[in-house]
Design a protein around this ligand. Sequence first.
Ligand code: AMP
Length: 440
Amino acid sequence: MKFTDLGLPESLILALKKSDYDEPTPVQQSTIPLIQEGKDVMATSQTGTGKTAGFVLPMLEILMSNDSKQRKIRGLIITPTRELAAQVHASIEKYGRYTELKSTVVFGGVNINPQKKTLRQGVDVLVASPGRLLDLHGQQAVDLRHVEYFVLDEADRMLDMGFIHDIRRVCALLPKKRQTLMFSATFSPEIRALAKAMLFKPVEVDMAPRNSTIDLVKQVVHPVDKKKKADLLAYLIGSQRWEQVIVFTRTKHGANKLAKQLDKAGINAAAIHGNKSQGARTKALHQFKDGKLTALVATDIAARGIDIRSLGHVVNYDLPNVPEDYVHRIGRTGRAGSTGDAVSLVCADEIKQLRDIERLIRRDLARVEVEGFEPEHQLPATKTRQTRQPSKGSESQGRNRQRSGGRAHDENKSKNRVGNTQGTNRRRRRRGARKAAVSA
Ligand code: AMP
């Protein structure tokens, strides 16, 4: 199928050509015609599959077709994080570059006055984080009475306890007659029920088995004691020459500490989390996207929707307490058809989180010990676990090692174990570990 088969206007087709998109992705093929028909849609789609264009393209088409040029907010998109809001807005600007529609983005953590000024000048599309949107409304700086098209991106996050009250307040400000769309990589059963109640006769689009992880992402667990995690991470980055990695920690303090430890080990790293100023968050993300940082250490704030092209590695330094967050985290890699590795450093007291994740994604993750980092406190085996070849996890290790030093991994020598089976690798590890000199 071609984009022209979807009946999109010329100006959008031209912008897609400029973006080098040849054909619509499966989620776009499914959602665009439904949205064009005016239906409410609830779409579950694996992250990185092009869902943003799936709702932005038909929105632009609809708004262009009845453009009165009054510049009232007719399209409203709400996202849970500032970074995602900025990214969705960038997509709107990219796809809408040959239209006359005006758009802007508002979120907290930055001066509200320039946002008020832009809104006063009039926009057709507003991308917003919920808190700042309500602040602006409280200051009579935003009028939502003309919204025709309302999107909740990362809807499961938007409807959980942290945001649901804000979302209900926003919904109360919108016209009853509108088209509402909800997109997310995951929907828990409770959120699914809540979401349905906010939609009118929604059509469900389920592009993936529920809460499944992307097949293109190779997933592996390295059992390791908590105190050795930082050393192991520095070792993996250094010895396997990872170009770039996002590392997820559970706490903001943990993110700061780890970024410092990596920096000390000679690995360019920055932390990004909710306590950082918006300026610092934007700067770190830009530096990472520009390839100036090797490691971005983040709390789950960065797990949602952020699109970093050809990111090869995601590391779960701590496992998330909410298993769905695992799916979002690892979805930062393996995007738009490319492959990626998701590596989880798991200590014995994280076994419950690991089991919850395995239950959610309906598969057991290969445990692969790294020589020199074998845990003193063993990770209990999963009850449901099937016997697995270690190759799933070690495949990627082998590939990386081949790239870095031309040595393939010898699986026969170390079943369920990677690294250091050869003298050179052992020496390299010691060198790496010395250089790392990071004590957790
Ligand atoms: P998303 O899931 O919306 O975050 O998109 C993931 C990535 O896929 C982004 O880098 C998009 O620019 C890219 N993308 C979206 N649609 C297409 C398409 N039809 N062809 C190629 N790449 C696409």
